[in-house]
Design a protein around this ligand. Sequence first.
Ligand code: EPZ
Length: 452
Amino acid sequence: MAKGSFHAAAKPLQVVQNGAEGENLLKARDSIHGTKCLIIEGEQRIRGDIRINGAKNAAVAILPASLLTERSVKVDNLPNITDIHKLVDIIAALGAKVNSPLKGQLCVDASAVNGFAPPANLVNQLRASYYLMGSLLGRFGQVEVPMPGGCDLGPRPIDQHIKGFTALGAKVELEHGVVKIKARKLRGAHIYLDVVSVGATINIMLAAVKAEGKTIIENAAKEPEIVDTANFLNAMGCQVVGAGTDVIKINGVKSLGEVEHKVIPDRIEAGTFMIAAAATCGEAQICDVIPKHLDPLSAKLKEVGTEVEVGPDWIQVRGKTKLLPSDVKTFPYPGFPTDLQPPVMVLLTRAQGTSMITENVFERRFRHVDELKKMGAQIKVEGRTAVIEGGHKLFGAPVKAMDLRGGAAFIIAGLKSEGKTILTGIEHIDRGYEDIVERFKKLSVSIERSLV
Ligand code: EPZ
């Protein structure tokens, strides 16, 4: 089997042969390459069952975390998305051997990793590369990575990450846009986060697992992806207690072993399809989920009149013609997830009455509003609040995705509009939704990729 194709990196990549099935986890699928837009026919209803993939926001933490150990790492249920492909490029460029013997599976051998400065051209391509700070600092006591980029949701500082690293005894400098972190010895510390931050909570965990002594992270974020990362770390021999609560305690260990881990289901992907079914008055069974992770959305969908039935590992959603308006406030988990704010805004354009969305997590996460207004949505933004006047029909239009979840929202808007929608900026969508066209086709709606 041909070796997986990789971006050019600073040095030859250690790519091992891949299994027939596994090819796609090491590179973006040919079906994605070069496609410029999605063509979405309007007035379609979601119908059918869909199996949910592994959680992007757990996977992008777990892959960098695999560099902490010199023993073998096997991760299953990884989504086939470009963020994963980019992270594979980065850890391979550092000297790790990566292969993908089965679909959704990656095997990583980081024993030969000897670098702490991954190629900037690769790191710059995804925000989650900031997890390399915690993992390489934890492994080598040193790391140099460019300041992280990411979707434009407003300022995305890393001051809390740096606060944690400094507390653990590291010296942090910013030189010409590169974050340089060095610690002669990492020592456990008592860290009180000023802001509830998923990234900072995970990054500090990664740096602390091999620090000498005990670390306490207070005011920690409680997202399921943090719990999944902590479970991965504990499976390799770390001692992390309290993930999922706002106090995480870590006893540093000297050495780490091998680990096999299956990534939890992606609650944001699941929620996107749930909202699509509700918004198009369709019906869908969302399978292989952890229903508890979707409680805030299930509650909101019921509140606006959608039928939601919850099973042990599935959720059935039946859209209703009559939708009630609602107030949605995004908050860190277990609040309503900010990543489902753009899709739920599309749903509320169909409600009979005026709804309000307050975005409490990011400063500027309403960039999708202008594009939705092009489709006929009546929305007014005042600071962190958007007022949605429901009951107005949406019409297909040429719209552009500016970030991952906004892109998903436009697909839902296009499906429920009258007429055709041409959606560009789809590279954002391919970052976080595997095979989005094929997945919607499984739900009986037709979306086409186009090269022009
Ligand atoms: C993670 O981003 C997710 N990304 C985001 O998902 C998600 O929206 C976000 O958490 C909130 O749940 C990944 O996991 C890769 P934060 P992250 O640190 O870690 C402020 C998606 O679509 N803050 O919890 O960057 C920050 O500005 C993406 O999958 C500081 O002030 O989010 C924001 O306002 C989008 N200082 C708030 O905290 C810091 O040092 C929450 O950010 C760090 C964050």
